[in-house]
Design a protein around this ligand. Structure first.
Ligand SMILES: [Zn+2]
Length: 61
């Protein structure tokens, strides 16, 4: 089975947020909500979204 994992630290924030989802399509919505409430990023810039996509890791469990 594959899961997708993201650590906020990996895109440069001093932040302990991590998210783990079974499907890639569920990652970005969770991360967007976190970015809004934790980092006041109301509209995600494309370069940040690209950085986040690159930092999402696919892991075998
Ligand atoms: Zn964060």
């Amino acid at each position: 089975m594959t899961r997708f994992h993201f650590k906020c630290r990996d895109v440069g924030y001093e932040c302990s947020y991590e998210v783990d989802q079974p499907q890639a399509k569920d990652m970005m919505p969770s991360i967007r909500i976190h970015m809004k409430y934790a980092h006041q990023i109301w509209t995600m810039p494309q370069d940040l979204e690209d950085k986040i996509s690159a930092a999402i890791k696919e892991i075998q469990v």
